[in-house]
Design a protein around this ligand. Structure first.
Ligand code: ADP
Length: 456
């Protein structure tokens, strides 16, 4: 359970790494210290032997002797001693009690008589340097200088103790330090978690607004705030959309209900019932249109707008759309013109494109009182442009960006009378985006121009 805390894991990792480093470090110190102490000891016994060697003399009978100017044997001297052997290997001098406890290494003597020095360790850890004593080119004796390693071993044991006790001590101290560091580094994350827990779907207006530097945690907090802001905006759009949709559906329902209530208040003649049913029929039409539009937008949102692509003849498509809306234009005495353009084709869903054009032409006619409405196209490298223009009321600048939003209308009162719910351009944009194209509007008091660009 505790291992699920980064703090605990960080501290543990830190301790493991530190323990390994300390162990390696301690082993290194110990090994190099031991080597250097042993080298020093070897130097000591060798130097001492070389210092004493000139003091070896031969008496008249040819027997070697050594005078160190001290009483022999010296029981005080128990960690070092010297001894001298004559050419037949017999001990002729020793200056310590300890010397008697340490056996003679015949191999060392042999090597010395052969003219070479020898260094070795005997029982009790006594280090002995053996060298020949040579006079006039002849070996006359063998000299040994010895030193007990008691002190050396004592020193190394002390060092071992310090290292073995020091490492766990250092680790305990370091673990406290590591815990403190990890806690310090991670505490902003705990703050963020607590703050994030308080942000619910109902309360997306809250932000962390953490006053953190631009480091990993600071960036996380700011990214989190950005994400909540986007969610907030998207939830608000969603709520607005639901409210608008319910409102749009309730209006025709209220109208139907009113008509029916009035009709049922008293008996009516057949013509009156017919009139009421016709009004109800119109309202049902409106609701059907609305629900079809909503379904289409919902599909587009889910990314599952079904596209049946084929090579579409643009002239045929544009002329077909113009023919469908021509009665509306004629009714308003507007000139509806298809501009002459070169033949072109595009890979697209013909039904969708038809709906797109009809929506745009329908709007153009709806919002134009006098003048003309034109539709034309132009094939450019890599894309097809379709242009729908009118000499209508134009769209005020503050609305131009928003008319493609769902339910957005410039003049809601007038537009609703004309039957629009403000979904037409939203659907246009969904269709264009499903084809990976773009749609834009330019508008002035002299009229509007909708420009669609589709990848060829
Ligand atoms: P509606 O169903 O109200 O027509 P749309 O989404 O088609 O909804 O259009 C949104 C709004 O954009 C309309 O209410 C209208 O105010 C404005 N609009 C669209 N096309 C034109 C146009 N050609 N000229 C002027 N205003 C337009």
């Amino acid at each position: 359970m505790q291992l699920r805390s980064i703090r605990v894991r960080l501290t543990l990792w830190y301790l493991i790494v530190l323990a390994l480093i300390l162990a390696l470090f301690a082993a290194g110190i110990y090994v190099s210290m031991r080597r250097s102490l042993h080298e020093q000891l070897d130097d000591t016994v060798e130097n001492r032997a070389r210092l004493i060697e000139p003091l070896v003399t031969l008496d008249r009978a040819g027997a070697p002797s050594l005078d160190l100017g001290r009483d022999v044997p010296d029981s005080e001297l128990d960690d070092e001693f010297q001894r001298l052997f004559d050419v037949s290997g017999d001990l002729v001098f020793e200056n310590s009690q300890r010397s008697r406890e340490v056996s003679v290494d015949p191999e060392a003597l042999e090597q010395a008589f052969g003219g070479e020095t020898h260094i070795g360790t005997r029982e009790d850890g006594v280090r002995i340097f053996t060298m020949p004593v040579v006079r006039d080119g002849e070996p006359i004796a063998v000299l040994q200088s010895a030193q007990a390693t008691d002190d050396l071993r004592e020193t190394l044991r002390g060092l071992r103790l310090i290292l073995l006790a020091g490492i766990p001590g250092a680790i305990v101290l370091a673990s406290a330090g590591g815990w403190w560091l990890a806690s310090r580094a991670l505490s902003p994350i705990d703050d963020i978690t607590r703050a994030a827990q308080q942000i619910t779907a109902q309360d997306l207006s809250r932000r962390l607004n953490a006053d953190l530097p631009d480091d990993e945690v600071g960036r996380l907090a700011r990214t989190f705030d950005g994400m909540i802001a986007r969610l907030d905006a998207s939830f608000q759009r969603q709520r607005q959309f639901t409210a608008d949709a319910s409102h749009e559906l309730r209006t025709p329902l209220t109208a139907i209900r009113g008509q029916i209530d009035v009709a049922l208040a008293r008996p009516r003649d057949a013509a009156e019932y017919q009139r009421v049913l016709a009004t109800v029929n119109a309202q049902v039409d409106r609701m059907t249109r609305l629900s079809t539009d909503l379904l289409m937008l919902a599909r587009a949102d889910a990314g599952s707008m079904p596209l049946h692509r084929e090579e579409v003849d643009v002239r045929q498509l544009v002329e077909g759309a113009a023919e469908q809306v021509r009665p509306l234009a004629t009714e308003k005495r507007l000139e509806l013109r298809v501009e002459p353009s070169a033949d072109a084709s595009v890979s697209a869903d013909p039904d969708m494109l038809l709906q797109l054009l009809i929506n745009l032409l329908d709007n153009a006619i709806k919002y134009t009182e006098r003048g003309w409405v034109t539709v034309g196209w132009r094939a450019e490298p890599g894309r097809l442009l379709i242009l729908v223009r009118d000499t209508g009321t134009g769209i005020p600048a503050e609305h131009r960006e928003r008319i493609f939003e769902r339910f957005h209308r410039v003049d809601s009162g007038r537009a609703r009378q004309d039957g629009g719910a403000g979904l037409g351009l939203a659907i246009c944009r969904s269709i264009v985006e499903a084809h990976r194209g773009t749609i834009a509007v330019e508008s002035s008091a002299a009229g509007s121009a909708f420009k669609i660009s589709l990848p060829a």
